[in-house]
Design a protein around this ligand. Structure first.
Ligand code: AMP
Length: 489
């Protein structure tokens, strides 16, 4: 089984219908997309079998054709978050051993001289000639367990880890989405508001399988007014949005456009109050997912009707186990926790990754007998609703993006004026959380800002610096993060 089959079937049934849109403009029909994908795949087959092919672009229609072309060529798709710093992208290219990176003109410029991976500009003459290459045969014998997508998450050590997702994993995610959350058809649309390298891109397969339009905003980014306008112009719209994006939609003060049917939110905490405001503004269009790169988009969730007249406890939970996934909360000794008892959330099913790319130690620490240790702490109530309590890792989730404090601390410590640094997340209405740095040393906030700007992605920079005499530590000399967070309250 190869995910290309989803496009193949839709192209057979709905060949002349619009498939990909850039804003309001139709870019390809399903037949045209199929043809282009197979030609691109024909040219990508020149790379060795199993080659990792990276794609680094702002949201763009090209990401859709490249995703299916890489699969049709039986190679591995490695999308890069366009918001990363070039140095961070280069690390991922290096770790994945990518044979090629196909990049937007802007990102190609940033990567030049920073990576040794060959760069090709999407839309360049070379790219156009790939689109005119001899088409690949339709893949018929792909092993469903073979690698389809290397999904890079941030590591606690600051280095990204590549979650290995197979065709089977993504098919399980697809089926679960269609069973639990949404029933798109050829009169529906998927609007790519969130980055296509992550959540929004992962939703391409379920919507392609039903012939739903793929709509990429012309800005290539998330603008709430542009998003709502598009929902008014395309039929039956669904989208995956980070909670902070939902809050920005509410801030527009606009009401629900006729075409908006489903907003899937998740990837970070959504506060009950924000969710209620969103439901008051847009009606019962919301679906919540709890997942992670290692079990893409699929651990637990709340369906649309679960939100209607729901208690705060239900709205504040992450819902119940998704179709095809077993979810449990376990104690430190591995035994199953009781009702309302907090432990680590683990899950098992066809959606769970096979491990981290070239990282057996991290794989062993995360997967046991097929069970994925999520690193999230939570508890089940008597009805099977799961509530996340705390994250065992100290990850800060700001605007739907994960930021690992250690990574920011390490870069802060590179500055000669910094003696010690402790980074934590502070609750924030707009972003969910914002990064706050406690710093010991002789340096100004402006100097630190300039220092970080040269080294890491903008979105990881602290929004606030607090200069202190010393950091609170335990007897082992470890900084007490909980203590720092308490100081913020
Ligand atoms: P990522 O692998 O980048 O998708 O991040 C996954 C992490 O985001 C999870 O392990 C959770 O800590 C957090 N997360 C995902 N979905 C939710 C949700 N619905 N509510 C709260 N936190 C979430």
């Amino acid at each position: 089984m190869n995910l290309f089959a989803l496009l193949e079937q839709t192209a057979s049934r709905h060949g002349d219908r619009g498939a990909v849109y850039h804003g309001e403009r139709q870019v390809h029909t399903w037949s045209e997309l199929r043809e282009r994908v197979l030609r691109l795949a024909g040219s990508l087959r020149a790379l060795e079998p199993g080659a990792r092919i990276a794609v680094a672009s702002e949201n763009s229609p090209a990401i859709i054709e490249l995703m299916f072309a890489v699969w049709a060529a039986e190679r591995v798709f490695v999308p890069l978050n366009y918001k990363l710093h070039a140095r961070e992208m280069a690390q991922i290219l290096d770790d994945s051993g990518a044979a090629l990176v196909l990049a937007s003109p802007k990102i190609a410029g940033q990567l030049t001289g920073v990576t040794s991976t060959p760069i090709e500009v999407i839309g360049s003459e070379d790219y156009q000639s790939r689109c005119a290459a001899e088409p690949s045969a339709v893949p018929r014998t792909t092993d469903p367990g073979s690698l389809a997508w290397l999904f890079y998450t941030s590591g606690t050590t600051g280095r990204s880890k590549g979650a290995m997702l197979s065709h089977r994993n993504l098919m399980a995610m697809t089926v679960s989405h269609l069973a639990d959350f949404d029933a798109p058809d050829e009169s529906s649309s998927l609007i790519h508001g969130a980055p296509m390298s992550h959540g929004s891109g992962l939703y391409v397969p379920p919507y392609v399988s039903r012939g739903a339009r793929q709509v990429v905003p012309a800005s290539g980014a998330f603008d709430p007014d542009e998003f709502l306008d598009l929902c008014g112009r395309h039929p039956g719209c669904s989208a995956f949005l980070a909670p902070t994006m939902v809050a920005r939609l509410v801030q527009t003060g606009r009401s629900c456009p006729a075409g908006l049917r489903t907003i899937v939110y998740g990837g970070g905490p959504m506060y009950v109050d924000s969710l209620k405001k969103a439901m008051a503004a847009f009606g019962p269009v919301f679906v919540q997912l709890y997942g992670q790169g290692e079990a893409p988009m699929t651990i637990t969730g709340l369906r649309r009707h679960d939100h209607v007249d729901a208690s705060d406890a239900v709205l504040g939970s992450v819902g119940y186990a998704r179709s095809g996934v077993e979810v449990a909360v376990v104690r430190g000794d591995g035994s199953v926790a009781g009702v309302d008892e907090i432990g680590e959330i683990v899950c098992r099913g066809d959606v769970v990754m096979s491990g981290y790319w070239r990282n057996p130690a991290a794989t062993e620490a995360t997967l046991t007998d097929g069970w994925l240790r999520t690193g999230d702490m939570g508890s089940f109530d008597a009805q099977g609703y799961l509530t996340l309590r705390d994250r065992s890792k100290d990850v800060v989730i700001s605007g739907g993006s994960n930021i690992y404090p250690r990574e920011v601390e390490e870069v802060l410590l590179e500055h000669p004026g910094v003696v010690e640094a402790g980074v934590v997340g502070a609750p924030d209405e707009e972003w969910g959380e914002v990064v706050v740095a406690f710093v010991v040393g002789d340096v100004s906030a402006a100097e630190l800002d300039a220092h970080l700007l040269e080294r890491i992605a903008r979105f990881k920079r602290p929004k606030r610096y607090l200069f202190v005499e010393e950091l609170p530590k335990n007897s082992y000399g470890k900084v007490l993060k909980r203590d720092l967070r308490e100081r913020l309250q």
